[in-house]
Design a protein around this ligand. Structure first.
Ligand code: FES
Ligand code: MG
Length: 594
């Protein structure tokens, strides 16, 4: 909370070490003169005004976040009005749909560079401009490590997409269009039009994909102003909350309110519960664990398994439900969901937020929203909607998003009366997405309703960064027979916009010698959701024989960062962090600067 020296009088701002240090006039002059060369005055830099960074993630390369370039004007207005001095700086771009080989590879790179900026420049606080999938965790991870007063400003989703009178959600429509195309229902032109229709304005994905999920969880953690996550990007309220965010960060500096005061164990527990109610993306456990580790908070997949599965799905939003971002916002957004969870005692309302107040205090004035889009806890869209965490003799951990198991999938694969929730199938293995696309339609593969589609070498080290490819579509012959999904699993991820109940984020991955690497085509695989186990039905001796014959893959690094990343990254089950970086907790305090 408020620091000791704050209670006993105003705290000396960190930026004074640069701009007003009478013990070192030489360095002070040097620091001052260049920051004045674009028009700032000495008075502004030396009059005890908090210097506020605006971590700018928007650029032409990052269309999901690009309008932050405009929103930053309103952030500046707010900072100025509250008596601060804004200094905007660029962040490494992370565009989910633009970066090859994966955007996930760059989450840790953007994190590293943000740490360096927040640590090395005269900043007293920072506004984090979040949006596209990996931008939100990268920013929160950096803020956690440096632990200076920080507030998240979401960019907000695009307006709802429409195509031929039907809602077209970003990402989700791609999976739908891909099926129609494979079945010969639509041609190339209509494919392009259909998908383009899902992106009608500035903003990030309008589905409850990874972007909307992670922004919602940033709010659930207490790191953004209430209501911030869901406001669509073009709405006037988006500009207004940008202004309020700018005003608030200046006060947070005066209060010395830091990420470590907000992102506590309690806050992460709350976020897990919120994730289940939201039907949040399967990328969330990975990044939430990463943020917690950089914050020094004990938070793991065990917490996701402990808290999530009993929570019902409350938000009727694609891919788990029907609606898109505008409806979610109108129905009350994250505060309406949190209010429902608080009323049932599922979250801890005492957790502190960037407002300086607790979640319960923030929610006191929240009205009930539209009950069609955000359901009452007792009348949910689905019971038991959180992630389940699986293990077995193929991997230590994997996650499955149960909120997207639909009636057809349950009926076809999980409803054998002799052993309900258990599926026995034969492995059909692909060595990455290129291999899958090349061979999936090959009749010799013999894919049928008895198959489990398995993809490997697509994890953090394997791909690198880990690819969103596990939600593999069955071959066209099966689609035409009405089999819309098969059980799938792999050491990659899947897009948060996909509605597949895949077994994801397998750790350890094949490329570091996980047992997934030892599977062979035709192996019998048992998926037991009751016991939360996935096993290959071969003997330990056979597994050992295969292990002895195993040769690790040769990793082909295309860039220096790929090599550095691969040498330091951990597995998805523990956040896919740069492991050495997790040793740096609260770096300013260790330098006596906090
Ligand atoms: Fe950027 Fe979905 S691609 S939010
Ligand atoms: Mg994605």
């Amino acid at each position: 909370m408020v620091s000791q020296d704050n209670e006993n009088g105003p705290k000396r701002l960190r930026s004074r070490r640069w701009f007003d240090n009478p013990h070192d006039p030489g360095m002070t002059a040097l620091y001052l003169e260049r920051y004045m060369n674009f028009g700032l005055t000495r008075a502004e830099l030396q009059s005890d005004k908090p210097i506020i960074g605006i971590a700018q993630t928007g650029s032409d390369l990052s269309p999901c976040n690009r309008h932050h370039l405009d929103l930053a004007h309103r952030v500046r207005d707010g900072i100025r009005e509250a008596g601060g001095v804004p200094l905007e700086f660029p962040c490494h771009p992370i565009q989910e749909t633009g970066k090859r080989p994966t955007a996930a590879l760059d989450r840790n790179l953007a994190y590293l560079s943000l740490v360096e900026v927040l640590h090395g420049y005269p900043l007293d606080g920072v506004v984090l401009t979040a949006g596209c999938d990996k931008t939100t965790p990268a920013l929160l991870m950096g803020a956690a490590t440096v632990n200076i007063p920080s507030i998240v400003l979401s960019g907000g989703p695009m307006l709802d997409g429409w195509f031929k009178g039907k809602l077209a959600g970003s990402g989700t429509v791609v999976w739908h269009a891909r099926k129609l195309y494979a079945e010969g229902e639509i041609g190339y032109e209509e494919y392009m039009e259909m998908v383009s229709a899902s992106a009608p304005s500035i903003g990030h994905c309008n589905t409850m994909g990874t972007a909307s999920s992670m922004n919602a969880l940033a709010e659930a953690l207490g790191m953004s102003l209430p209501g911030c996550a869901a406001i669509p990007a073009p709405y006037r309220e988006r500009g207004q909350i940008s202004y309020e965010t700018g005003r608030r960060i200046v006060q947070m500096v005066h209060e010395n309110l830091r990420p470590s005061d907000i992102m506590t164990k309690t806050a992460f527990d709350n976020a897990v519960v919120a994730a289940a109610a939201l039907g949040a993306s399967s990328n969330c456990p990975i990044s939430m664990i990463a943020i917690a580790r950089h914050m020094g908070v004990d938070h793991s997949l065990d917490d996701w398994q402990r808290l999530g599965p009993e929570i019902p799905l409350l938000v009727d939003m694609q891919p788990a439900g029907r609606f898109l971002g505008e409806s979610f916002h109108r129905a009350g957004g994250v505060p309406a969901v949190m209010k429902e969870l608080l009323a049932k005692g599922k979250i801890d309302g005492s957790a502190l937020t960037v407002t300086g107040k607790s979640i319960a205090e923030n929610l006191a004035a929240t009205e009930d929203g539209d009950r069609e889009v955000i359901r009452a806890y007792d009348a949910p869209l689905k019971e038991h909607a959180g992630y389940i965490v699986l293990s077995g003799n193929i991997f230590d951990t994997a996650v499955m998003k149960t909120s997207v198991i639909d009636a057809e999938f349950r009926e076809r694969f999980l409803s054998n009366p002799a052993h309900p929730n258990v599926f026995l199938g034969k492995a059909v293995i692909f060595e990455g997405p290129e291999d899958y696309h090349e061979r999936i339609e090959n009749p010799d593969l013999g894919v049928d309703e008895d198959s489990v589609l398995i993809i490997r070498n697509v994890g953090p080290v394997g791909y690198p960064g880990s690819a969103e490819v596990v939600n593999m579509q069955p071959p066209a012959v099966l689609l035409k027979r009405g089999v819309n999904a098969l059980p799938t699993m792999g050491d990659g991820r899947q897009s948060g916009t996909s509605g597949s109940p895949s077994i994801l984020n397998i750790s350890p991955e094949a490329a570091v010698g996980g047992n997934l690497a030892l599977l062979k085509n035709g192996d019998r695989i048992s998926i037991d959701l009751n016991a939360r186990r996935v096993d290959v039905l071969i003997s330990d001796e056979e597994l050992a024989t295969r292990r002895a014959a195993y040769k690790p893959p040769v990793l082909d690094n295309k860039t220096p960062w790929e090599e550095i990343y691969r040498s330091m990254v951990g597995q998805m089950g523990t956040g896919a962090c740069l492991e050495p970086a997790t040793q740096y907790i609260n770096v300013l305090e260790t330098r006596g600067e906090s």
